[in-house]
Design a binder for this molecule. Sequence first.
Ligand SMILES: [Zn+2]
Length: 88
Amino acid sequence: MIYERKTPLFTKRYEVEQRESQFYAKLQCPWCETKVDVPIELPKFEAWIRKELLIQEAMPGLSADLRETFLSGNCATCWRAMFNEGPK
Ligand SMILES: [Zn+2]
């Protein structure tokens, strides 16, 4: 299943896959192509896609790094490098 979520800056596509009873959002960093599967609760994810829930409400268990990856698509490593927040 493919979901699209529009923001003022860009539209992000999410591929969602079900394995057994768990749904995963399949993310791939556009810079280094690192793949990350993030376990999601589908109803909450869909509510977030519709902007009815904040990301923190839809995915309360997500680490800050994964949340950023989820929102921007960039993995933590590339994201830090872009914003110069990595090890100096
Ligand atoms: Zn990356």
